[in-house]
Design a binder for this molecule. Structure first.
Ligand SMILES: [Zn+2]
Ligand SMILES: [Zn+2]
Length: 296
């Protein structure tokens, strides 16, 4: 089974940025211009607690919002993508995160858990949510020099998935605020039939995308639950993470490799692929459910 179609294009997207509609430095027109000039084809302006509206034909805009909750010991930030703009007035900040997820879905949108490592989210909390369509495995603003170094949520998500949490597809977004070091770093690469709102929403709902700060993933195949095969832009290191603490052949280090294989182990219940290039940039596949072959 292949994760992606062999013939469809990937579109470069950032589904998380802020403008002067909340606490971002750029006005919406300037944010759109920045991302279009940086080669992005899809953008979602996700201002805090309100939908910022703007008309543009420079790139495909997906209506967005970021809603937030405080719980003991952690915050919960949720992106709403593609929902009706009425969410700004219907959303209840004194409600629960699950109510926020439900509202986004009721208004025709997709709910994405933002930056769980930055938020100090626990695997138990993440695993308790129903109706999420994805999670940010990376948000550029949460790294140096701006905001500590909790941009990468992958270890936290491994714990979540190993303990039975839903295997959510992963986004890499900038979460742009000052538009300095963090903007134009991350991308969610979406494989859609065409560059239209319905086609992109369909692709997101179906999980046909991957996360990256540079490397390209071209195809991932689960061959008969025996082997995972990944094809990518030239990489220095490919790591196949699973729910097992140790696995033979998990890390492959080889200069300039564009294909890499992993033999699925008896104890694997999911496998995800992480790719590093010579500059240390990463790409992350979604976690893929596997059913390890029964021993003879
Ligand atoms: Zn946030
Ligand atoms: Zn944000």
């Amino acid at each position: 089974m292949k994760l992606f179609a062999d013939s469809l294009p990937f579109y470069k997207a950032n589904f998380h940025c802020h403008t002067t509609g909340s606490d971002g430095k750029l006005d919406p027109e300037s944010a759109v211009a920045f991302y279009q000039e940086a080669g992005y084809e899809i953008l979602s302006i996700t201002d805090h607690r309100a939908v910022t509206e703007i008309l543009t034909d420079r790139l495909l805009l997906i209506p967005g919002i970021e809603i937030d909750y405080m719980l003991p010991g952690q915050s919960v930030h949720i992106l709403g993508l593609g929902m009706k703009k009425e969410i700004g007035s219907l959303w209840d900040p004194s409600g629960t995160p699950q109510e926020g997820i439900d509202l986004i879905r009721d208004l025709g949108g997709l709910a994405v858990l933002a930056h769980p490592a930055w938020s100090l989210n626990t695997p138990a909390l993440i695993g308790s949510f129903t109706g999420l369509s994805g999670v940010e495995i990376w948000n550029s603003v949460s790294t140096l020099p701006l905001n500590g170094d909790r941009a990468d949520s992958s270890s936290l998500l491994d714990v979540t998935w190993a303990s039975g949490g839903p295997l959510l597809p992963v986004y890499a977004n900038d979460d742009s605020h000052p538009y300095k070091d963090e903007a134009g770093v991350a991308a969610t690469m979406v494989q859609a039939e065409e560059l239209t709102l319905p086609a992109v929403m369909n692709a997101l709902a179906a999980g046909r995308f991957y996360a990256t700060t540079g490397p390209e993933i071209r195809q991932i195949e689960n061959r008969d639950n025996q082997e995972i095969i990944v094809r990518c832009s030239p990489a220095e290191c490919v790591i196949f993470y699973s729910d097992a603490p140790w696995a033979a052949g998990r890390a492959v280090i080889r200069h300039g490799m564009t294909e890499c294989r992993y033999r699925i182990q008896q104890f694997d219940r999911f496998v995800r692929v992480e790719i590093r290039d010579a500059a240390g940039r990463k790409a992350w596949s979604p976690p893929m459910k596997v059913e390890a072959p029964v021993l003879p």
